[in-house]
Design a protein around this ligand. Structure first.
Ligand SMILES: Nc1nc2c(c(=O)[nH]1)N[C@H]1C(S)=C(S)[C@@H](COP(=O)(O)O)O[C@H]1N2
Ligand SMILES: [Mo]
Length: 196
């Protein structure tokens, strides 16, 4: 049996809304750095040249924002998150993805290394725009789109699970759209009922 393309409680939008907390940080490709640190055997620092010298992966993803819009069939290119994990060799199962201004989101190692998770720098064949998270954003296709951190500057492996920005504000720690894990206390199973 095949499941529907759109998760419960979502509506497809033809546009590409721009959504984030706070302002749009101005990070040039020349100044951008990614640090992979914390509970890792091998801390990693990558700049733009280093990132784009690594083999790129192309992924098609359906995006599901927790506010209710979904955008289907988006194209991304970048470094597979599994490659970063291969380089850094984490010693823990939890991580925080950091953006400027103190914004972060938490992921498990299993979600970070799931198929299709990318440090993306191209979208629909073009370099990623600043509004959508350029120079480099995360794309985590299997979870609500808030987990896809824009303007990624660090990945910090942590010994235990630490809620990120929206997770501290009451959103779910995992955020699986197929199980409608919108808010912290939502059950871990699918309900047909809309909540907002
Ligand atoms: N750094 C950062 N990344 C973020 C956010 C944010 O506030 N800050 N918002 C998230 C949310 S809620 C969504 S829906 C998507 C929106 O990405 P878009 O603006 O490219 O559509 O970015 C996610 N990544
Ligand atoms: Mo969102």
């Amino acid at each position: 049996m095949s499941r529907p393309r759109v998760p419960p409680g979502q509506r497809v939008t033809p546009g590409f809304p721009i959504l984030h907390h706070g302002g749009i940080p101005a990070i040039s490709r020349r100044d951008w750095r990614l640090r992979v640190h914390g509970e890792v055997a091998e801390p990693v620092e990558l700049d733009w040249a280093g990132l784009t010298a690594l083999p790129a992966t192309r992924v098609e993803a359906d995006l599901h924002c927790v506010t209710g819009w979904s955008k289907l069939g988006t194209a991304w290119e970048g470094l597979a998150a599994t490659e970063l994990v291969r380089l850094a060799r984490p010693r823990s199962d939890h991580l925080l993805v950091h953006a400027p201004g103190g914004w972060s989101t938490n992921l498990t190692l299993a979600d970070f290394t799931a198929p299709g998770v990318l440090l993306a720098y191209r979208h629909e064949g073009k370099l990623l725009t600043r509004e959508h998270g350029g120079p480099v954003r995360l794309v985590v296709p299997q979870l609500y789109f808030w987990k896809s951190a824009k303007w990624v500057i660090a990945v910090e492996f942590t010994a235990t699970e630490h809620p990120g920005f929206w997770e501290k504000a009451g959103y779910h720690l995992r955020g699986d759209p197929w199980r409608e894990q919108r808010y912290r206390n939502d059950p871990a199973w699918t309900t047909a009922r809309r909540r907002r």
